[in-house]
Design a protein around this ligand. Structure first.
Ligand code: PEP
Ligand code: MN
Length: 632
């Protein structure tokens, strides 16, 4: 059952509730949500719920209707994000785990680790105990393999996962791996599940090849109830009559599981298909279906692989796959999980160090909670590490960053349909102490949002930012509604929530609807689904440049002689600097004079850009570097 506590319940009343539940034989877990705190209580005991409901400080009791309790969404309505070292799996990120089927030698796992790391994997896999169909096939290197795996992980900075096949090795394995993998053949090995769960360590639980989704979630329940909170489900294909592939990847399991459970779900397209060329399409389909990540077999020489060579990708194929996944990300409102770069981690830590009483560093944005800028913040920064800070205007973002009240700001720079957000270009040029330290693209998906119970036929007016209204013009034109401009999208949702008027609606993000507990009557109502906004992440200019920067932005004005603009651009050509954007803006106070805003891709050798900048300074009247950063 879920015991919802009253707001402001005292500690002694809380202790009283847990004491009561424990005395009845329940296992109790406190779950702190954004709005309320609940106790999840599970156990094989029957109790009259009213006995709990009458305890001081208890608001209400909700029974869990599913046979699995801790794994159910009823128990934990929000998505669980599992941390494995620096890697977070679940939520808005897509994590790529990769490596060979088995650890074959020290050199082989080191080579594979570097290859998958360079391609963008955030975690290394490799079997040391191989549950092979034939007793004569390679069985794995055992503990020696685990040592090599861990060494390869430590060398490359990748946390490692390996399959555990017997309760007797759990203790020893726990010294080498960051996460356990339970294989398909052991999904219902309950003694193994209990022993692994009792370590409290993260577990990747593969679906049994003939298991129903309910049986799979019951297996997760074994892990959760024996002591770990960190379970990741992994769909790896099931047995069907089809023989064209090794197994049949049950892609529909992804949305089904996401509805039933809060646990993250990843997909293993390698064991699902058994065929190298079928791995990338199924991996992409899995991401489109809502998976939180992939676990892929990659080998530096698949032809020589001791096991599963035909399904192992070459490193180049894996790299291409991750680039394709990355291209898909904005369409599904996701970001690739990355290992925190040393630079970013240091910056984050220094901000954490400076913050008062251990508060999270703040990131300023314009608008109300649920604004698209807030989505950009949640996608850009590591899960749960920063606090979005809503502000009324764009200039407030700059002021707040300058005063140090916020460590970063998230400012929209351009929209793929509406063009540049000129106000922010001007603010960037006006604030030389602020610079661009990163960027991110977010897909803009508009929704029709109403107070719960509203019927479409009763709506007479729809409120939103003028840009959102025009982006949904086709949808609105089919209704006899008055479109009313409002200062921002999330603000319109907040206003409709406040007014509680069933004749009005707002157009805003799904997050705005969730934040205000509103209902979405229609999803994705924008005329053109290719609607993306690019945001710049700004910070004080002493933050330093990221190591893997590949983009720069700058502004310049030109000398007053014929061909002076051409002279400047000639410099970029001469040094092979690729210009991706050029925009002119009037110079404040100098009618009919212009400055230019430029984005460029950095040449391979950073020294070349420094030389180009020096030449550019000579050719231009004024030059200012706005930031060197990693492109999105
Ligand atoms: C593996 O990942 O190496 C493996 C054996 O997978 P499964 O248990 O899904 O067959
Ligand atoms: Mn394998």
């Amino acid at each position: 059952m879920i015991v919802v506590l009253k707001n402001g319940i005292s500690d002694s009343a809380k202790n009283n509730v847990t004491g009561f539940l424990s005395s009845k034989g329940f296992q109790v877990r406190e779950i702190v949500g954004e709005e309320d705190t609940v106790f999840g209580a599970v156990g094989s005991v029957l109790i009259d719920y009213r006995e709990v409901e009458v305890l001081p400080g208890v608001d209400r009791v909700i029974p869990i209707t599913k046979p699995y309790k801790m794994a159910s969404r009823e128990f934990h309505p929000r998505d669980t994000v599992v941390s494995i070292g620096p890697v977070k799996i679940g939520g808005s990120r897509i994590a790529a785990i990769a490596g060979p089927c088995a650890v074959e030698s020290r050199q082989q796992i080191l080579d594979c680790a570097w290859a998958v790391k360079e391609a963008g994997a955030v975690m290394l896999r490799g079997g040391a105990y191989k549950p092979r169909t034939s007793p004569y096939a390679f069985q794995g290197l055992g503990v020696e393999g685990l040592k090599y795996l861990r060494e390869a992980g430590d060398t490359t900075g990748l946390p490692v996962v390996s399959e555990v096949v017997s309760p007797s090795v759990v203790e020893e394995m726990s010294r080498y791996v960051h996460a356990f993998q339970i294989g398909t053949r052991n999904m219902q090995n309950f003694e193994l599940l209990k022993t692994v769960g009792s370590t409290g360590m993260p577990v990747i639980l593969k679906r049994g090849m003939a298991a129903t989704i309910e049986e799979w979630l019951m297996a997760a329940e074994y892990l959760l109830s024996s002591g770990t909170d960190n379970v990741i489900l992994c769909e790896r294909g099931i047995r069907t009559f089809g023989r064209a592939t090794r197994n049949t990847l049950d892609i529909s399991a992804i949305p089904v599981v996401r509805e039933l459970s809060h646990l993250p779900i990843i997909v293993d397209p390698s064991h699902a298909t058994g065929l190298r060329d079928k791995v990338p399409p199924m991996a992409l389909a899995s991401i489109a279906a809502g998976a939180h990540g992939l676990i892929v077999e990659v080998h530096t020489n698949p032809d020589k692989s001791f096991s599963d060579g035909p399904q192992s990708l070459w490193p180049q194929q894996f790299e291409k796959l991750l680039r394709d996944v990355e291209a898909l990300c904005p369409t599904v409102d996701r970001e690739m999980a990355r290992l925190p770069e040393r630079h970013q981690e240091e910056v984050l830590r220094s901000h954490l160090g400076n913050s008062k009483n251990g508060e999270k560093p703040r990131v300023a944005f314009q608008g109300e909670r649920g604004a698209y800028s807030e989505r950009a913040i949640l996608n850009y920064f590591p899960e749960g590490e920063v606090k979005p800070m809503p502000l009324p205007g764009f200039s407030d973002i700059f002021a707040t960053v300058l005063s140090g009240d916020a460590s970063w700001g998230m400012v929209p720079i351009e929209n793929s349909l509406a063009g540049s957000v000129l106000e922010n270009y001007d603010l960037l040029t006006r604030h030389p102490d602020v610079k661009i330290v990163g960027e991110i693209k977010v897909r803009i998906r508009h929704n029709l949002i109403v107070i719960p119970g509203t019927v479409e036929s009763g709506i007479t007016k729809v409120y939103s930012h003028p840009q959102a209204l025009s982006q949904c013009a086709e949808y609105i034109s089919k209704k006899a509604w008055e479109a009313v401009p409002y200062f921002d999208t999330a603000g319109a949702a907040a206003m409709v929530a406040r007014e509680k008027d069933p004749t009005i609606a707002a157009i805003a993000s799904a997050a705005a609807a969730e934040y205000h507990k509103m209902e979405i009557l229609a999803e994705d109502i924008e005329t053109n689904p290719r609607n993306y906004t690019r945001f710049a992440v700004i910070a004080l200019s002493d933050t330093g440049e990221p190591e893997n920067a590949d983009k720069a932005s700058f502004t310049f004005s030109i000398k007053s002689h014929p061909g002076s603009l051409a002279d400047c651009l000639e410099v970029l050509k001469e040094y092979g600097v690729d210009m991706t954007k050029l925009e002119s803006r009037p110079i404040a106070g100098q009618p009919w004079s212009y400055m230019f805003y430029v984005d460029v891709l950095l040449p391979e050798n950073p020294a070349v850009f420094k030389k180009a900048e020096a030449a550019f300074r000579d050719a231009a009247e004024e030059y200012r570097n706005l930031g060197i950063y990693r492109s999105s």
